[in-house]
Design a binder for this molecule. Structure first.
Ligand code: PGA
Length: 254
């Protein structure tokens, strides 16, 4: 059985003061929800503050990105070595990074490999845009992204990583995929591609989240589906009440 995993991607929201206030507000309740893995992904600048606040809890920490090199003259970048020991997870290949910051499939793969080399679990984001979706290209596009991201990883690594299927047309739009629609891409395309590459046993172990306008109101419909193992939550993770309700719903669905 795959443990559901709910991750809050705060994106470029929350100052250090706001981040610590939010964590103080929700950590006790989140900590008490067992059976669901909870991950907070604040901006880099708040990572160590949040790490301290959740130290003695069941809540895990994730970064929103990183560079793949360990150190060097790369102004403005954050390395896996800097995240090692601080975070358990790192999001790689988010569509906003692909779209606005030139992230390529090759870069996503390098980051995924670097994450494992430094004891971090990558949350690898994939997903098609509206145009591709309407042109019937979802399967080809998403399976291509999965193949590229998993290049040169071992089956053991693939069984431990997380994939987030986030259709771009659903991110921040208030128009989520339906449970059935997301389940079909996640099951047939994402898990299917993992099975093609690494075998059925590995594919059954890999956790695959859905992301895109997840709210307390729609999480149950999504998590009722057999292939959806959790959610990567943007907007609704910025507020204590909605994030707690999403995590609680994941527990009931699991
Ligand atoms: P959203 O973002 O929940 O605000 O749609 C999800 C994401 O981009 O990870």
């Amino acid at each position: 059985m795959r443990t559901p995993i709910i991750a809050g991607n705060w994106k470029m929201y929350k100052t250090i003061a706001e981040a610590t206030a939010l964590v103080r507000e929700m950590r006790r309740e989140l900590n008490e929800i067992a059976g669901v893995e909870k991950v907070l992904c604040p901006p880099f600048i708040a990572l160590s503050n949040v790490a301290e606040l959740i130290q003695a809890t069941s809540i895990n920490l994730g970064a929103q990105d990183m560079y793949w090199k360990q150190e060097g003259a790369y102004t403005g970048e954050v390395s896996p070595l800097m995240l090692q020991g601080l975070c358990q997870y790192v999001i790689v290949g988010h569509s906003e990074r692909r779209q606005y910051f030139g992230e390529t499939d090759e870069g996503v793969n390098r980051k995924a490999r670097a994450a494992f080399e430094h004891g971090l679990i990558p949350i690898i984001c994939v997903g098609e845009n509206l145009e591709q979706n309407e042109a019937g290209l979802t399967e080809e596009w998403v399976s291509g992204q999965v193949r590229a991201a998993l290049t040169d990883l071992t089956a053991d690594q693939v069984s431990r990583l997380v994939v987030a299927y986030e259709p771009i047309w659903a991110i921040g739009t208030g128009k989520p995929a339906t449970g059935a629609g997301a389940n079909s891409v996640i099951g047939l395309v994402v898990r299917g591609t993992v099975a093609d590459l690494f075998g059925e046993e590995t594919a059954q172990a890999t956790r695959i989240q859905y992301g895109g306008s997840v709210k307390p109101e729609n999480i149950a419909d999504l998590l009722a589906e057999p292939h959806i193992d959790g959610a990567l939550v943007g907007g609704a993770s910025l507020e204590s009440d909605s994030f707690i309700r999403i995590v609680q719903a994941a527990l009931s669905a699991g």
